[in-house]
Design a protein around this ligand. Structure first.
Ligand code: TMP
Length: 244
């Protein structure tokens, strides 16, 4: 497979065409951003870590029967994915109150929610990704009612798999953001990445943050924390290989 023209440059990734029109070449970057791009830094090693972590997580999801755009990791910082048209929604799933949810509702960070919540944010940098409801998704033609149902159902399934996976690693899954796309047949597929950039992960024993809040809130060095998440995921893989 060959890397062809740059198709899209995001905050954390570059997407390139390949000779297969249905396959994109993803390069994970070292750039970290927060506060809708107001805070920006180059963090050496971050791209490699997020590529490794996302690849392992998408493999776990695939093993659990959840389809995604992920094809394979092809180098330390690159992977191949199926080309999809991204649905312009940031789909956030919350198990515990944190971040913008605590600010909006006045809850203490870490409060366990009686049930998981799925929220939609409109992907629009100029508007700083506003929270919207299902009616708004329909009224703006962002997705159909059937697609909304598929996306919510998939988001809840991803949540169940990730809660169990991270619990095995002694990590509490507080919340996370995922994105979906439509493939050439119009089918909805999980896309983008799942990494400590897009999840809130707390150590079950110490409540330490093992995610991008380290960077957002200036709590310390990001790389050792992401390395710790990768270390636990890789140990889990090794355990499974030994059992097999
Ligand atoms: P929030 O509490 O700031 O709304 O974030 C909820 C979750 O979504 C958290 O795990 C971080 C993730 N997230 C992203 O991945 N990208 C974003 O642009 C935002 C706002 C949140």
């Amino acid at each position: 497979m060959e890397k062809l023209a740059l198709q899209y440059q995001g905050k954390a990734k570059k997407l390139y065409a390949t000779e297969d029109p249905n396959v994109l070449w993803v390069e994970y970057l070292n750039q970290a951003t927060a506060l809708n791009g107001l805070k920006k830094d180059e963090i050496k090693g971050k791209g490699i870590l997020n590529n490794a972590i996302t690849s392992l997580i998408f493999q776990e999801l695939s093993a659990a029967g959840i389809a995604s755009h992920f094809i394979e990791k092809i180098s330390e910082s690159e992977q191949l994915v199926q080309k999809v048209t991204i649905v312009p929604l940031e789909v956030v799933v919350r198990n515990y109150a944190a971040g913008s949810f605590t600010k909006r509702l006045g809850l203490a960070e870490g409060t366990k929610l009686a049930q998981p919540i799925v929220e939609f944010y409109y992907k629009n940098d100029d508007l700083a990704d506003p929270l919207i409801n299902d009616d708004t998704v329909l009224a703006l033609n962002l997705a159909t009612a059937t697609e909304i149902a598929t996306i919510k159902d998939a988001a809840r399934q991803v949540n169940e798999v990730l809660i169990a996976l991270f619990h095995h690693l002694k990590i509490r899954l507080i919340d996370f953001k995922i994105e979906f796309g439509r493939d050439t047949t119009g089918a909805i597929l999980l896309a983008d990445e799942i990494s400590p950039d897009t999840c809130r992960l707390w150590d079950e024993t110490t409540n330490e943050h093992l995610d991008k809040d380290i960077y957002r809130r200036d709590l310390g060095e990001l790389v050792p924390v992401y390395q710790e998440v990768l270390r636990r995921l890789e140990n889990n893989q090794e355990e499974k290989t030994c059992i097999l």
